[in-house]
Write a protein that binds this ligand. Sequence first.
Ligand code: GLP
Length: 250
Amino acid sequence: MKLIKVADYNEMSRIAADYVIERIHRNPQIKLGMPTGDTPRGLYRELIADHEKNGTSFKEVQTFNLDEYIGLSGQDPQSYRYYMDIFLFDHIDIDKKNTHLPKGDAEDAFAEAEAYEKLIQDSGNVDLQILGMGGNGHIGFNEPGTPFDSMAHVVELTLATRNANAKFFGSLESVPKRAITMGIATIMGSKEILMLVSGAGKSEAVSRLLEGPIEEAFPASVLRMHPHATIIADKAALSLCSTQFEKAKS
Ligand code: GLP
């Protein structure tokens, strides 16, 4: 796993944007895996700014989001579909029919998870999966203990994750209890992975990710087994790491 050390959130976002833009120029039909949460907001802002300034086009780009809350429709302001629309898709020239997320309001969530996995597999898999990380090491909504060979599935969210995401909902009670997420194997099936981490709040998780054992109890640790995984982490996030990593090239 390559590590790119950066000063702060803004630098992380800029370097991540350069990385993604370079990949889009190389392959205008790239399939991108998209995260939500606070972490990628700066990246999305940078992508919009670059689209406006330099005209990088998303016309042929396809996106596959990591996850979606069960019970929320795409019109619900708390849904990840809504998040993607307002923070990225509505501001670039992407064709919305090329933007994919599990349907949170599907009648049968289990069938929807299966259909989502099939959609990803049939497309030939994600080229570049962008990831954030939960404080407990979750990626997508793959909570600690999720088998490394899991495909897209329905998940019961842990209290820790619901608490962490209550900031977006106003109260813990309003945070859905279940979600559909790409599985660990789905994520590992992508050709390349770019993880973003920022802030002291993630420092324990980052040290466990980079220096702890590779184990299902800490889902993000699996990324160390991926042949093309890069992490962009800022100083605060790396503050508990003892190992000295060299700045890696993208
Ligand atoms: C959520 C999302 C994850 C995200 C994580 C971190 O639970 N499902 O995909 O990576 O939170 O969120 P944040 O970036 O807000 O810390």
